[in-house]
Design a protein. Structure first.
Length: 254
């Protein structure tokens, strides 16, 4: 509701933020929140109807921001190296999140509706994953060849766990609920490999955070939210992989 009211009463400021190379990426979070609620209603609340409503609206909003945000960057000349940070992963993370709840809807629909849900799920994961790969290369370029992130943005390093964690859970759920895929093993193994990359990033994120605390200080900022949601997504992925492959050690560690 506050987000909607801001567009009504402070439209000029909202539009200005939408064109900002950093702040614009956070507009997708409202849509991602709806996708998370959809999964909660389906898995925890056992209410598929409400879950479908949240998922449909959230998926369309996620796709909208997933296209609009890069478009505004592509057409402008205002993006600088200093603007590059892991917050850029948020729109593709939203696309990757679509199948987490969407794949659970597939068994409950039929006909053209089922085909539409399947199409939306695969579009979301496929586009989100490959956009993430492209942006990951760009952020690595910044980490290695440009000055470090400002200390207020250091927590955003943890956002890397978002696409890894959500991507793993979404892929496993999607393949499980895709009856037309008869050989599922290779996809599950790829999910395992993707999750494995997350271990490397957990270690790197811890090291960089400790470095910032020791050398640069780490003042409280809104970016601290990055310590929670992305890590939670990776923990969920860890449990998914643990259950799928029967590796209890993963649950004990994560």
């Amino acid at each position: 509701m506050p987000w909607i009211l801001r567009w009504i009463f402070f439209r000029k400021e909202a539009l200005k933020d939408l064109e900002h190379p950093v702040l614009s990426n956070f507009y997708a979070t409202i849509a991602i929140g709806m996708l998370v609620l959809a999964a909660d209603f389906i898995v925890i609340g056992k209410n598929i109807e409400i879950g479908e409503v949240f998922w449909f609206i959230g998926a369309l909003a996620t796709i909208f921001f997933g296209i609009l945000t890069p478009y505004l960057m592509f057409k402008g000349e205002h993006v600088k190296l200093d603007h590059i940070n892991p917050a850029w992963f948020i729109p593709p993370v939203g696309l990757i999140v679509i199948p987490i709840a969407g794949s659970l809807i597939i068994p409950h629909v039929s006909g053209m509706a089922r085909e539409f849900v399947i199409l939306l799920n695969y579009f979301g994961w496929g586009s989100g994953f490959f956009i993430y790969l492209a942006l990951f290369a760009i952020t690595m370029y910044r980490f290695i060849l440009h000055r470090p992130l400002p200390n207020t943005l250091t927590p955003t390093i943890w956002i890397n766990l978002g696409p890894i964690g959500a991507g793993t859970v979404a892929l496993v759920n999607l393949i499980k609920n895709s009856s037309f895929i008869t050989v599922k093993g290779p996809f599950f193994v790829f999910g395992f490999l993707f999750w494995g990359f997350g271990i490397w990033w957990v270690i790197m994120a811890i090291a960089m955070t400790l470095h910032c605390i020791k050398r640069l200080k780490l003042p409280y900022a809104m970016s601290w939210w990055a310590f929670t949601f992305p890590l939670g997504a990776y923990v969920a992925a860890s449990h998914t992989i643990s259950s799928l492959f029967g590796i209890q050690l993963i649950d004990y560690i994560m």
